[in-house]
Design a binder for this molecule. Sequence first.
Ligand code: GLY
Length: 383
Amino acid sequence: MEMTIDSSMRLVVVGGGVVGLSCAWRAAAGGARVTLVDAAPGSGASWVAGGMLAPVTEAWPGEEDLLALGVESVRLWPGFAARLGEAAGREPGLRSEGTVVVATGSGDRAELETLASYLDGLGRPVQRLSGKELRRLEPAIGPEVRGGLSVPDDLAVDNRLLLTALRAAAEKAGVAFVARNAAGVVDDGTRVAGVTCDDGSVVEADAVLVAAGAWSSALHPALDAMVRPVKGEILRLGHRAGAFPAPSRTVRALVDGRPVYAVPRDAGGLVVGATQADVGFDLEPTVGGVRDLLRDAERVLPGVAEFALLEVAAGVRPGSPDNLPLIGPVGPEGLLVASGHHRNGILLAPVTAEAVVAMLGGGAVADVVRVADPARLLRRANG
Ligand code: GLY
């Protein structure tokens, strides 16, 4: 059953990335009067991203809550994509070929075995494969790869098709777009009143959702220090006539301890990512970052040397202090945040949108989302 929101509610969503667009679309479809404030919706980290929907292969001991949240969202993804395709009148580019995660040297294989044992222990068995078995599955994988794991349930999505579809669905659901940067959330000391834009205009609101990615913390003092930028560089490669075909599955790899991934696109293209660095709002790709990605990708998928290098880009992920997202009320009444999704914004968009709509409509929020309550960070800060 669709959650309904009081149709007199004026919701302003700040941020037109995958999380803001998803929440705006679902809230408008649920009945709210939604305005989305963003000077360039769909142009930030969500545009740069690779589009892996891979909670299991991104899992790590100690991050069980994040794994549970990711597994729930990947479960929601096929329904979310189908509803989106119908609402937008265009496909969001979901792929279901699965993921293999592979290792080269012995240290990398030991790391992978740690991951496999951890997943076994959680009752999420993965299939261990030799290098030969991996090459039978994905002939693009090169001889330096000695072993790996197959996770058939992981998905992937073409993030750019997704953003276009989300924008179309949001528009069709009645979301009004204000093409300005938000300067801050206005409140009267008790509850939110609206959002001030960079030209001084104010969009009035009964509720405000801050979904401004790495920029979220600057929008209200209650969000101070909750979100920081985490830079990532990423490449887009195109298949050229005569080149070895790209893999059909997402390939994640550890190469001498460095993680690299290749996410397939239609027409044989690949998105290769990503570096990770806490260097502030730096959106300039570096020579060293591109060199590392190309070198590591070529060691795993030697055929990429023949591909076209179509695009080099950098984005800033919204990192949180504990790597869990922030989804829920914060500060004055009527202020909500959906940010801090770090490496998982695209994966977690459906579960986030569902939770935000439940919060706005007074419905029950799924248990797995409770760990994302921003109040946990205030408790930490207050000792
Ligand atoms: N989701 C992968 C990344 O952030 O690079």
